[in-house]
Design a protein around this ligand. Structure first.
Ligand code: HEC
Ligand code: HEC
Ligand code: HEC
Ligand code: HEC
Ligand code: HEC
Ligand code: HEC
Length: 506
């Protein structure tokens, strides 16, 4: 006979917190199960559903479980205070069926919890590192970078390869930073455009050089650019050149050329006086033997290089290749490419100029721009060239479609991001790029300048007013540059960007 006074059995769920926690747990598990099934069967990598399935649903389940455990703790404590006997130990007592049932339930739920949370952790890790997650979750915010990325030579290189790289410490940093960015997106506090340069970008040695190591730079790269003038005939002008991309490997050639800056044993450093690193009044080279040469602008003001607080930046891949995967083409460049590939007909009078005007006009939204491009081009040909509008309707329609695509791929008014906000340092034509240092201003103690003659970096091997290579003046040993428009010696004396401004399409 049982002599102990039997207390009425009380369900743990009587406590409101326990009921709430339990309900959360069950609801979360139910939602997770359904979403998980959808995930398994659909095979899509939608970043939103990954976020809900593997971050939000498991979080709800875990919160439910934690609330439930708290409620148990409160109830046990309260009961003990009342002097009741509560059996709560880890001793297994097979003689009490209720106790055993509860134990099994507890173990069962814990197993579910551990399974869901650990699998989700793995999937969340995978999902938050995916291109779709980085590029699409915060739709408008990342759109400029995502769209340009898809059009870049790195479209198959995951974002994290350049933005995070290997190793646990950068992984943790990136997730902390990512959480901050999620809040900035949720509360709409991010800047438009996103500020560049990216200051905490990982050094190129740990990202780019894992795929492009300096020793593999060799030879020259042959490129041809065809330009179209802003006259009625959209007259072509072609320049072909050999870009001296070599530099790093004594087994494949001399240690010279553009990637000379990157040979591990020599070092170039600089001080920039603006946040975008466009104005560089001070440069120092350190040779493998340790000899240093300083080139400075005699008329510029800049912080004292000997002051430890001054930021002296080591010149690396990103100082030239700052747009390896987010290149916002200048409208003139994009139009030249379309005209030369034939997606815009050169037979449409002034199309180069009109295209530039519609692309460069201020717009608030992409839709507005797309509509305006169509209206303005149609109106232009109907008013100024009614015959062309009649005979070349299909070419006009194709030009409109192409210019709209150019706009959508390179202009992002919602984020105030386009070529004007994103300097490209790889040349000296649209932005100063190489000419930030290779100018005729900075001198060393001996009065020498950094080399800036046109043969230093490339050889112009063919040029002339035609699209047809065979009609150009050519010489494999290099030609003196001929400026397409007669401007005398102005191109020798001033930087290209002094005339080729954003208003002119560059
Ligand atoms: C080949 C390497 C590479 C890949 C791949 C890459 N990025 Fe970048 N990204 C860069 C570099 C380099 C910069 C720094 C530009 C600077 O500091 O001026 C940058 C800058 C950015 C910026 C700052 C804004 C800007 O325009 O400079 C954002 C945002 C960004 N990347 C997002 C992404 C996303 C999203 C992906 C994947 C869809 C991605 N990146 C893939 C190299 C890469
Ligand atoms: C995961 C490997 C990988 C990483 C990391 C990587 N790249 Fe690349 N890169 C590639 C591949 C693949 C190509 C395409 C090669 C081709 O087209 O022949 C490429 C092409 C290029 C090109 C030639 C583009 C052209 O227009 O012809 C440049 C320049 C370049 N990468 C620079 C960089 C820079 C700078 C970084 C670091 C910010 C970087 N890459 C990081 C794999 C990578
Ligand atoms: C001084 C500026 C500068 C620096 C620094 C620099 N590059 Fe380049 N790189 C260039 C130029 C200019 C080209 C030719 C671009 C073109 O013609 O499209 C080029 C071409 C390339 C190419 C394509 C080569 C080919 O044969 O087509 C790759 C890949 C590349 N760079 C990667 C890198 C990496 C990785 C680093 C850092 C280790 C780096 N570059 C540092 C200026 C630079
Ligand atoms: C931060 C300043 C800086 C920038 C930016 C810069 N360079 Fe240089 N570069 C130097 C210095 C300093 C030297 C060595 C002095 C000299 O050769 O007159 C040099 C030397 C060179 C050389 C000669 C290497 C040799 O000895 O064969 C080439 C080629 C070159 N740079 C190409 C470029 C190109 C292309 C760009 C732009 C994409 C560029 N540089 C941007 C500082 C810079
Ligand atoms: C410090 C290196 C350097 C020097 C000096 C230099 N260039 Fe360049 N130039 C470049 C690079 C890098 C590019 C980009 C190559 C490419 O587009 O593939 C370029 C591109 C060009 C282009 C094509 C522009 C475009 O984007 O369509 C022309 C034209 C040109 N250079 C002419 C000149 C002339 C003329 C001089 C002498 C006044 C000169 N360059 C001096 C590095 C240099
Ligand atoms: C004094 C002003 C001035 C300077 C400096 C200048 N240009 Fe030009 N450039 C012009 C004018 C004007 C045109 C004709 C534009 C047109 O037809 O729409 C032109 C046209 C061009 C074109 C034909 C492409 C086009 O869009 O019309 C190229 C290529 C070019 N310049 C290259 C250069 C290079 C490279 C440099 C620097 C080495 C340079 N220019 C410096 C004024 C200048």
């Amino acid at each position: 006979m049982d002599t102990q006074p039997t207390l009425p059995r009380r369900s743990l769920f009587r406590h409101p917190l326990a009921a709430f926690g339990g309900a959360l747990f069950v609801a979360g598990a139910f939602v997770f199960a359904i979403l998980f099934l959808i995930d398994m069967t659909s095979g899509s990598d939608n970043p939103y559903s990954a976020l809900v399935t593997f971050v939000i649903a498991p979080a709800v389940i875990t919160i439910g479980a934690i609330l439930f455990l708290f409620a148990v703790y409160f109830q046990v404590r309260a009961a003990r205070k009342r002097g009741e006997h509560v059996r709560f130990s880890l001793r297994i007592d097979p003689s009490d069926p209720t106790y055993m049932r509860n134990l099994w339930l507890f173990l069962g739920f814990s197993a579910v919890l551990i399974l869901v949370v650990s699998y989700s952790g793995y999937r969340a890790y995978e999902a938050t590192d995916s291109v779709a997650f980085c590029g699409k979750t915060c739709h408008t915010v990342m759109e400029p970078q995502y769209v340009t990325y898809l059009n870049s030579p790195h479209a198959r290189v995951p974002c994290v390869e350049c933005h995070i790289g290997p190793g646990a410490s950068f992984f943790v940093r990136s997730k902390i930073d990512g959480t901050r960015q999620l809040f900035a997106t949720a509360f709409n506090t991010y800047s438009r455009p996103i500020q560049t340069p990216v200051h905490n970008l990982r050094p190129a040695q740990e990202t780019c050089e894992r795929c492009h190591w300096p020793k593999q730079f060799w030879g020259d790269k042959y490129t041809t650019h065809t330009y179209y003038r802003t006259d009625e005939a959209n007259s072509p002008y072609t320049i072909s050149m050999l870009v001296k991309v070599g530099g790093g490997n004594p087994r494949t050639g001399k240690l010279e050329g553009i990637h000379w800056h990157m040979i591990a044993s020599s070092k170039v450093e600089y001080i920039a006086t603006d946040p975008k690193r466009q104005i560089i009044p001070w440069v120092r080279t350190i040779s493998p033997g340790g000899d240093t040469t300083v080139y400075k602008d005699p008329n510029a003001k800049y912080p004292d290089p000997n002051d430890p607080k001054t930021e002296i930046r080591r010149f690396d891949c990103m100082d030239c290749h700052n747009r390896p995967s987010h290149k916002f083409l200048a409208p003139a460049t994009a139009l030249n490419l379309a005209l030369s590939s034939g997606t815009i007909s050169t037979k449409l009078p002034y199309i180069r100029q009109v295209g530039l005007d519609v692309l460069n006009a201020p717009y608030l939204k992409t839709d507005q721009a797309v509509a305006a491009i169509s209206e303005k081009l149609t109106a232009y040909y109907q008013e100024k060239y009614p015959d062309v509008a009649k005979d070349r309707g299909a070419e006009i329609a194709q030009a409109i479609a192409t210019i709209q695509t150019i706009y959508k791929e390179n202009f992002f008014p919602e984020m105030k991001t386009d070529y004007r906000a994103r300097e490209n340092n790889l040349s000296h034509f649209v932005n100063d790029g190489c000419f930030r240092c290779h100018d005729q201003v900075k001198v060393n103690d001996k009065g020498e300048k950094i080399r800036s003659d046109c043969f230093t970096c490339h050889l112009i091997v063919a040029q002339g007013p035609s699209e047809d290579l065979t009609k150009l003046t050519s010489n494999i040993a290099g030609l003196e540059f001929q400026h397409p428009e007669d401007i005398g010696d102005a191109w020798k004396e001033s930087k290209c960007t002094e005339c080729h401004t954003p208003e002119s399409g560059y």
